[in-house]
Design a protein around this ligand. Structure first.
Ligand code: GN1
Ligand code: MG
Length: 361
């Protein structure tokens, strides 16, 4: 977790204090430290005990769905933990109600703020060993297995068409047709590389979303205690989806040791031992949940979801960085090029990945 130094009192957003007072006035004087590794919401650690978050209402048009879904997921996972004899306090995200009994505090500007007791453990910025990667992938597989007992209809999609490549490509082409000059001229050669890659996927009709999956399966969404994954966090995009999306995202983020915004593309290379660790870990986690057809789709998805992510970063670059938080002006372009390069690497390994997914029992 990238935790900045505590901000001087004067720089704390007044709204954060206001929100804390609505939940628990005794927290209003606690130290606030902004946690800076999310792309979407703004998050603060409150003292040692809570996390406070301002939900991004541009990205999540119905942020109240995040809260309703979290309540349903918590209730279900509590039952899973009880059945498995595990301590739910350690694994399960909870939301604290406001003093008036609401699931979140609505500020004067309409934004929703939520407060969550902090779970034990910490996030990690890098995964280095195969064992660590295996455990991370296994945790997301197990998460899907745990959720398989919950009716997908109980969870409302928080972002429609979230992992729909065709609709992501449609959004990119729409912005390409709308903007001119500057940023568009900078991406001309990127579009030349990207378009044939997209065409190569021969966008097939998507199978209907069948399962509840995490939809943002990556290292920064896990809490660790020593060498164990303590909890899967960031449930905002848990919604009906496909196993292949989580497996694909895991390969997108773990197949290379480089970060998704590494500008030196030589470092963005697929490492086979990482691919193996993800595959073995994820399949161990999902167990017999994955059907043979789902396994075949999983192998195909790794490169595709990485192209999808490149499309999303490039779209946002052309839209002047409305969606993802950026740290410098070309950040989204750097991210997009990184993901295109990685996708090409994953495409080269596609057959080998398929053979591996078929082989692992
Ligand atoms: C966003 O904020 P964060 O890091 O959890 C995004 C994911 C992307 C990811 C790229 C709601 O997630 O879909 O894959 O960035 N979340 C949303 O790392 O768009
Ligand atoms: Mg997320």
């Amino acid at each position: 977790m990238i935790v900045d130094q505590p901000s001087p009192a004067g720089e704390w957003p007044a709204e954060a204090r206001e929100a804390l007072a609505a939940f628990d006035p005794s927290l209003a004087e606690a130290g606030l430290v902004e946690v800076g590794d999310g792309h979407i919401h703004r998050t603060w650690q409150v003292g040692a005990t809570h996390m406070l978050q301002r939900l991004n209402g541009e990205v999540f048009r119905h942020p109240e769905r995040i809260l309703a879904n979290a309540a349903a997921l918590t209730a279900h996972l509590d039952r899973c933990c009880a059945a498995a004899g595990e301590d739910p306090v350690m694994r399960i995200l909870r939301h604290q109600s406001t003093r008036e009994g609401a699931r979140a505090y609505r500020a004067a500007d309409g934004a929703l703020w939520r407060l969550m007791p902090r779970l034990p453990g910490s996030t990690r910025g890098r995964a280095t060993t195969s064992d660590e990667i295996y455990r991370a992938a296994e945790a997301f597989g197990r998460f899907a297995r745990d959720l398989s007992g919950l009716d997908p209809g109980a969870i409302e999609p928080t972002i429609p068409d979230f992992h729909n490549l065709a609709s992501r490509v449609g959004a990119l082409e729409a912005v390409v047709g709308r903007v001119a000059g500057g940023r568009l001229s900078r991406v001309a050669s990127d579009l030349e590389v990207l378009r044939p890659m997209i065409a190569g996927f021969a966008v097939e009709p998507e199978p209907p979303p069948q399962r509840l999956v995490h939809n943002d399966a990556k290292l920064s969404n896990l809490l660790w205690v020593d060498d164990r994954v303590q909890a899967v966090i960031d449930w905002d995009t848990v919604m009906p989806g496909r196993l292949r999306d989580d497996y694909g995202d895991l390969l997108r983020t773990f197949a290379t040791s480089a970060a998704e915004d590494e500008p030196d593309l030589e470092r963005v290379e697929v490492r086979w031992e990482r691919v193996e660790a993800v595959t073995r870990g994820y399949l161990a986690g999902v167990g017999d949940l994955a059907t043979p057809a789902e396994r075949e789709n999983m192998a195909r998805r790794a490169a595709e979801i990485t192209v999808e992510q490149a499309v999303r970063f490039l779209t946002d670059y052309l839209e002047d960085d409305r969606y993802y938080r950026v740290r410098f002006p070309e950040h989204n372009l750097v991210r997009a090029r990184n993901q295109m390069h990685l996708a090409a690497g994953l495409l080269r390994e596609r057959k080998r990945i398929l053979a591996l997914v078929r082989r692992v029992s």
